[in-house]
Design a binder for this molecule. Structure first.
Ligand code: ADP
Ligand code: MG
Length: 339
């Protein structure tokens, strides 16, 4: 007899969950991105004990009907893509259809959702990937997902989590990035009952910078704007005085997504030239917009990396955009000679 078994669906889901759900911040990321995809204009994120005990994300988006409230927990269940061709021009944040399945596999989840034109909502409760209850519920329009007791059924993973404080720190960094990537959405972040951030959602990147970095960030930055050959670079770079000893205040937003890119970071850093001392890293929030065909977002499941078709062109343009912004400032500061 052969030794190969096909794993049960539950076991396969539990393994797949590891790819999506590493820690509470990965849950928050998936849930908030779902809220954005649902067209929400206001999203509230609440965590308790670093999100290990509870993560709650409430949105005022389109909501789901009764059928979808169950279907959304199936793996590879998505309303955002039909076939592989669509992979080339993804405009939504999610597309793999595995986030809710993975989250539900390793926690206790309560979903409450109501569509905008519906009188009554639906509540679904899942535990370790199994449906516990589904009932009608009076709830506001939009969707609330409550994720409790993360990794209660996989103690080995639970052990790998850090102290609640550190986990809350990861979530907080993520929310800061989400506020910056989506100035048009009012994002509220509450940790153990304490309000940490509340962005106005007025669509202005500068307000988002103010929400995250306070007065210092909002007053110490220079505007960046350069549009050329189908690539648009905009946002803010910080005065050299805002530089830090690490890259925590470097943010790239590519077609609305927070992205990490060492090559582009280097392009900004070299643009500062002698303005920065060695081992100091600039403050910046730069939005890069290219045609969706010019960038592949399907590189890694966490979607933090992208691949540009013409990285050299993008890199050169980021560099020039920052050089221009810094030069404009230097010229403005230079005393004018009288004729
Ligand atoms: P994906 O986002 O990749 O499609 P998910 O597992 O995150 O996969 O979600 C599955 C589906 O559930 C989504 O495609 C969407 O139709 C629905 N959904 C999830 N969250 C929300 C939400 N907050 N509001 C409305 N629909 C949602
Ligand atoms: Mg999703």
């Amino acid at each position: 007899m052969g030794r190969i078994n096909v794993l049960s669906k539950e076991t396969a889901n539990l393994i797949a969950a590891g790819e999506v759900v590493e820690r509470p911040s990965s849950i928050v990321k998936e849930l908030v991105e779902n809220a954005f995809d649902a067209g929400a204009s206001a999203v509230t994120v609440e965590i308790r004990s670093g999100g290990i005990q509870m993560v709650r994300v409430t949105d005022n988006g389109c909501g789901m009907d009764e059928e979808d409230a169950l279907a959304c927990f199936k793996s590879h269940a998505t309303s955002k893509m039909r076939d592989a061709q669509e992979l080339d021009h993804i405009r939504t944040m999610g597309f793999r259809g595995e986030a809710l399945a993975s989250i539900a596999a390793v926690s206790r989840v309560t979903l409450r959702t109501r569509m905008q034109d519906s009188d009554i909502g639906t509540q679904v409760r899942m535990e370790g990937g199994t449906l516990i209850a589904k009932e009608e519920a009076g709830c506001p329009e939009g969707t609330t997902l409550i994720v409790e007791d993360l990794f209660y059924n996989t103690p080995a993973r639970l052990k790998f989590l850090k102290q609640p404080r550190s986990e809350a720190g990861y979530v907080s960094d993520l929310i800061a990035r989400l506020i910056l990537t989506h100035p048009e959405i009012a994002l509220k972040f509450i940790v153990d009952g304490r309000l940490i951030y509340h962005s106005p959602g007025d669509g202005d990147l500068k307000s988002a910078v103010y929400t995250v970095y306070g007065r210092e960030g909002a007053t110490g930055v220079l505007p960046v704007a350069l549009e050329d050959s189908g690539i648009s670079i905009s946002g803010y770079v910080g005065l050299p005085s805002l530089a830090r000893g690490n890259r925590a205040r470097e943010t790239f937003i590519v077609n609305g997504r927070y992205v990490r890119d060492a090559i582009l970071a280097n392009a900004v850093e070299t643009a500062y030239d002698t303005r920065l001392m060695i081992n100091r890293f600039p403050f910046f929030v730069l939005c890069i917009v290219v045609e969706p065909e010019e960038v592949d977002v399907n590189v890694h499941p966490n979607k933090l990396e992208v691949r540009f078709r013409n990285l050299d062109v993008v890199r050169a343009q980021v560099h020039s955009a920052v050089v221009n912004a810094l030069q404009a400032q230097t010229e403005a500061a230079r005393p004018r000679l009288r004729p």
